[in-house]
Design a protein around this ligand. Structure first.
Ligand code: AMP
Length: 290
């Protein structure tokens, strides 16, 4: 596995590969790798000549009081896991190289961000979009791999690629879970023993909602109540949000139809966890590209 730490060197390498007609698959991450990240790599390895992974904890996407400093980091361990997974190039840039100057531009994501994590984390997706524009221009990928655990991110990246005409294909990847259903996340290490027992109930609550919808429930408020009751009864976490929206447009629905997302965020003492289920309802199903 090749390790590249400078943005200039990475871009030069990507340009060289492109000139040779080599296809590049790219999985951006913030590290502290787990099987969810590895799933992105595996999928990329199947569809591209070269798979690049980046590890960069992007300060721009953390708000004041969020866990930027406490975000788990272990580069040595990540290097080993990335190599074992088959990553060809690992890009590990320094903050001062990625953001050398005061920025002259500000990216403001206008759509798909006034809901879910966008509402609870103002500015988060502006930071995500900014780093991705930079990484896409550095990495010149043909295909980019993003996990559906961060479904709102997938929806925003879908718009970013279309709005800015990036010649890139977005490949959303299913959420990788622990055996008990908990979505894998770098932040799971911050759950206490008791919280770790409670955390799988997030997915169980989402599945209760999916069952209700599949059994014909079309009122979003009723479905949200089912999840809320379940989470409150089975966990000591504090609900940040539970929402049901169209996917990928992330619009409110009076009655459930077409492709929808049921998503939640729950705060435990040291970790805020998110999870979601995306499903096609029986009524008025339409096909979306994501
Ligand atoms: P992060 O390091 O948390 O920024 O995540 C990097 C990428 O891995 C994003 O595209 C995430 O959506 C994806 N990812 C994180 N957790 C999972 C998971 N449990 N299953 C699938 N993809 C994931």
């Amino acid at each position: 596995m090749e390790i590249i730490t400078s943005t200039k060197a990475m871009q030069a390498r990507a340009l060289q590969l492109k000139k040779q007609g080599i296809t590049i698959g790219f999985a951006p991450t913030m590290g502290y790798l787990h099987d969810g990240h590895i799933k992105l790599v595996k999928q990329s390895l199947e569809n591209n000549d070269i798979t690049v992974m980046s590890i960069f904890v992007n300060p721009l996407q953390f708000g004041p009081g969020e866990d930027f400093d406490a975000y788990p980091r272990d580069v040595k361990r990540d290097q080993k896991l990335a190599e074992e997974a088959g990553v060809n190039i690992l890009f590990l840039p320094e903050r001062a190289d990625v953001y050398p100057n005061e920025p002259s531009f500000e990216i403001n994501v206008l759509k798909r961000t006034d809901v879910l994590c966008g509402r609870s984390r103002p500015g988060h997706f502006n930071g995500v979009a900014t780093i991705l524009i930079k990484l896409f221009n550095i990495m010149l990928p043909d295909n980019v791999y993003f996990g559906l655990k961060d479904a709102q991110q997938v929806a925003v990246v879908d718009s970013l690629i279309k709005d800015f005409n990036f010649p890139i294909q977005l490949i959303p990847v299913e959420t990788e879970r622990e055996e008990d259903g908990l979505a894998r996340s770098s932040r799971n290490v911050y759950l206490s023993e008791e919280e770790r027992v409670h955390a799988p109930h997030l997915y169980k609550g989402l599945k209760k909602a999916a069952d209700a919808i599949q059994n014909g429930e079309t009122n979003p408020a009723t479905v949200i109540h089912i999840v809320e009751d379940y989470i409150k009864t089975n966990t000591n976490g504090e609900i940040d949000y539970i929402e049901i929206l169209s996917f990928p447009n992330l619009e409110q629905l009076k009655q459930l139809h077409g492709k929808i997302i049921i998503a939640l965020a729950v705060k435990f003492s040291k970790a805020r966890l998110i999870d979601n289920i995306i499903l096609e309802t029986q009524i008025g199903s339409r096909n979306f590209e994501v």
